[in-house]
Design a protein around this ligand. Structure first.
Ligand SMILES: NC(=O)c1ccc[n+]([C@@H]2O[C@H](COP(=O)([O-])OP(=O)(O)OC[C@H]3O[C@@H](n4cnc5c(N)ncnc54)[C@H](OP(=O)(O)O)[C@@H]3O)[C@@H](O)[C@H]2O)c1
Length: 306
């Protein structure tokens, strides 16, 4: 994160400490993104409570709200498919139960309890098309309808989004290809293990830059739909070249085509650039993806040297 952004967030955190809030966080107990949000809210002096109830169990959620008495709720729970989204192709009912029914359940309960909900969703609901060609730098905006349901995971997220945006208490954050300093999770952690990688530009979300914004947006009770990515796009090769330069000079990789890639997948993957313009209006200091990734890799390299 650059200095300006860091200080803006410090001020936001300091002013918000005037009133420490209780934030109930689904996915906060064991989830990758949820645990990071719990830590960030706590660092900012708030009472972050990892939720115990399951998204699809309405009575349990209502009971938990009565006990915890949150000021706001975050949903960072969801099915992402393990080891990858292909899992959702063969577990459709389980995926619907959590990513559609469960998520809408939570939004509806939050609405009935007059509580703000920040929903961590996905930007993997677009793919390049004639109006947004690859390498053009023309990103999909929040106003443009999703055009990628080529995986069941993405299809459930589109259905959920169509419904959840009818709730005026909801902030929907579309995370795409997240990565962070912990190299056992995220986009780079995945692609450095692949035998071959495609080479397609995509929007990425450096969680170290972006999750503090999710905290701020929640505390400000912002609502609506946001592409939650760093500005710009980087291709797999551009990311790996930077990885090689900053982290592992001995790293090598091989490319293959999208057609060859599709042959080893159950479901196609969403490749697209999303526009960060709406988010940049709120946070003009948000670093572009190349700068953000170099900062992140430098941090990881420094950690590795310790
Ligand atoms: N990771 C990515 O690459 C990525 C990219 C874009 C968007 N996102 C979105 O970000 C959100 C969080 O992803 P993540 O990477 O943090 O995934 P994660 O590490 O798998 O965490 C998801 C959490 O959701 C919980 N969960 C699953 N079903 C639940 C249910 N029915 N009720 C309550 N909790 C449930 C899981 O707990 P249990 O293990 O106990 O089930 C887990 O702790 C997801 O909605 C995902 O779609 C992720």
């Amino acid at each position: 994160m650059n200095n300006k952004l860091f200080f803006a967030l410090l001020i936001a955190c300091a002013s918000s400490q005037l009133h420490a809030e209780t934030i109930l966080i689904f996915g906060g107990e064991k989830g990758w993104i949820g645990q990071k949000l719990v830590a960030l809210f706590r660092q900012a002096g708030h009472n972050a409570v990892p939720a115990k109830s399951r998204l699809e169990n309405r009575e349990d959620i209502v009971a938990e709200i009565k006990t915890v008495k949150p000021d706001a709720i975050i949903n960072a729970a969801g099915i992402i498919g393990k080891p990858n989204v292909d899992w959702c192709e063969t577990h459709k009912q389980e995926t619907i139960r959590v990513n559609v029914i469960g998520t809408i359940n939570l939004a509806d309960i939050a609405y009935q309890h007059n509580l703000h909900l920040t929903n961590i969703s996905t930007g993997c609901i677009y793919e390049y098309d004639a109006q947004h060609p690859m390498w053009s730098g023309i990103g999909f905006t929040e106003e443009e309808a999703p055009n990628f349901d080529g995986s069941f995971y993405s299809a459930t997220k589109i259905l959920m989004e169509k419904l959840i945006l009818n709730y005026p208490n909801v902030l929907n954050l579309r995370v795409k290809m997240p990565l962070s300093t912990d190299m056992d999770h995220g986009f780079v952690a995945k692609i450095i293990k692949y035998e071959k990688v495609v080479n397609i530009p995509n929007s990425l979300c450096i969680l170290d830059d972006m999750l503090p914004l999710a905290v701020d947006m929640t505390l400000r009770r912002l609502t609506g739909n946001y592409n939650f990515v760093n500005p710009g796009a980087l291709s797999h090769n551009q990311v790996l070249e930077l990885y090689k330069k900053y982290i592992d000079p001995s790293f090598t990789w091989k490319n293959f085509s999208i057609e060859e890639h599709n042959q080893i997948l159950k479901a196609r993957r969403a490749n697209a650039e999303l526009s960060a313009a709406k988010l940049l209006k709120l946070y003009p200091e948000l670093p572009p993806i190349k700068e953000a990734l170099i900062n992140l890799f430098k941090k990881i390299a420094a950690q590795n040297q310790k």
